[in-house]
Ligand binder design. Structure first.
Ligand SMILES: NC(=O)C1=CN([C@@H]2O[C@H](COP(=O)(O)OP(=O)(O)OC[C@H]3O[C@@H](n4cnc5c(N)ncnc54)[C@H](O)[C@@H]3O)[C@@H](O)[C@H]2O)C=CC1
Ligand SMILES: CC(C)CC(=O)C(=O)O
Ligand SMILES: [Mg+2]
Length: 369
């Protein structure tokens, strides 16, 4: 198979983890005979520095000409004081909107060998397996106005949580579709006791649920959901929620796996051009030190193999290699505790060797078959 992949490394640890994912995809190409061509584009702070724009037109064009997109992370203190349009995060929001990447899938799976890495009790997190379906192109991050203003002579600031009914329906339908292939339960998370947008969200959830009689729908207020995620995460199967609620709840959920550096995501569009990104940010506190955990990014690339290219076995191979390396006790600093940590590049190399070594074993077995 031949595929063109746009790689947008971004800022901070973005380039470090993106490099790791590219190497892993290279190993998969080598093992299975696929030709992946990687073409690089600028986004975020590095794009501001080079082009004066957090999402240059060239980057968008590159993405549109590609079969899938890998994105590292954007942002950092260097650009924190920039005016809003020159903030790296605007590049990320814009690419999501321009490519209509309306659904961000954030799966939370437990890793047996990482049970000790979480501050939570083993009995609570064991067997955790749920999916956060985060609406990604609407809600509080996109509503207008979003500005500094004056009201009654007083300085004020406003952000707007705006949803069109159809936008809610689209993400809700996807959540029900996904739940019907999982454990048939949707938890719709909102703040319907306060927000009008949430009351509409709830109505739509009830309406869509009628088409999926085999799926159980429950509603949960977001503050309670934040608590339930830590208290009893096994109760969840598919969570569907507003953009910012999903952003916050998924970072919280990463604690179940032991590190933010473990959670991948897929940002899906209706056009079939999807973007794959770890849920974490650019981690300026560890950037440039070869210290970041590349697994969230590597698992995002596995998701790309599965969902964009239909390469199920190849995706399984990446995920299995990650599990084997973790089972063998190898950890980056975020998970190493008092053990000796692997650097980013050592971790990538270990996963890569695991992928290629299995290949060697398969060939030897074939030779003797
Ligand atoms: N998708 C994106 O590009 C995102 C960008 N950001 C941006 O990133 C910058 C930093 O934001 P923060 O709030 O610090 O969030 P962050 O996610 O970058 O980091 C939070 C904490 O988790 C750690 N961490 C994150 N990823 C890690 C990894 N792969 N391995 C090991 N440790 C990891 C960091 O070292 C830090 O202590 C900001 O400019 C923010 O706007 C934040 C979230 C998402
Ligand atoms: C710019 C932010 C919305 C990025 C973020 O935190 C995320 O998508 O997880
Ligand atoms: Mg986030």
């Amino acid at each position: 198979m031949k595929k063109n992949i746009a790689v947008l490394p971004g800022d901070g640890i973005g380039p470090e983890v993106a490099k790791g994912a590219v190497e892993i995809l290279g190993a998969i190409g080598e093992r299975y005979g696929h030709k992946f061509t990687f073409r690089y584009g600028q986004i975020g702070g590095s794009a501001i520095d080079r082009h004066g724009n957090p999402l240059p037109d060239e980057t968008l064009a590159l993405c549109r000409q590609s079969d899938a997109i890998l994105l590292g992370a954007v942002g950092g203190p260097k650009w924190d004081q920039n005016p809003p349009e020159y903030r790296p995060e605007q590049g990320l929001l814009k690419i999501r909107k321009e490519l209509n990447l309306y659904a961000n899938m954030r799966p939370i799976n437990y890793y047996a060998s990482l049970l000790e890495s979480s501050p939570l009790k083993k009995e609570i997190i064991e067997e955790t397996d749920f999916l956060i379906v985060r609406e990604l192109t609407g809600g509080l991050y996109f509503g207008k106005p979003s500005e500094r203003t004056y009201r009654d002579g007083m300085e004020a600031a406003v952000d707007t949580l705006y949803y069109e009914r159809e936008e809610v329906k689209r993400i809700m339908k996807l959540a029900f579709e996904l739940a019907s292939t999982r454990n048939q339960k949707v938890t719709s998370v909102d703040k319907a006791n306060v927000l009008e947008s949430s009351r509409m969200w709830r109505e739509v959830a009830e309406e869509v649920a009628k088409d999926y009689p085999e799926v159980t729908l429950e509603h949960m207020l977001v503050d309670n959901a934040a608590m339930q995620l830590i208290k009893n995460p096994r109760q969840f199967d598919t969570i569907v929620t507003e953009n910012m609620f999903g952003d916050i709840l998924s970072d919280e959920a990463s604690v179940l796996t032991g590190s933010l550096g473990m959670l991948p995501s897929a940002s899906l569009s209706e056009s079939g051009l999807h973007l794959y990104e770890p849920i974490h940010g650019s981690a300026p506190d560890i950037a440039g030190r070869n210290k970041a955990n590349p697994i969230a990014m590597i698992l995002s690339s596995a998701s790309m193999l599965r969902h964009s290219f239909g390469l199920e076995e190849e995706a399984d191979t990446v995920e299995q290699a990650v599990r084997s390396i973790l089972d063998s006790g190898r950890r980056t600093a975020d998970l190493a505790g008092s053990g000796i940590p692997y650097s980013t590049s050592e971790m990538v190399e270990a996963i890569k060797e695991e992928i290629l070594q299995k290949d060697a074993i398969v060939h030897i077995m074939d030779a003797y078959a």
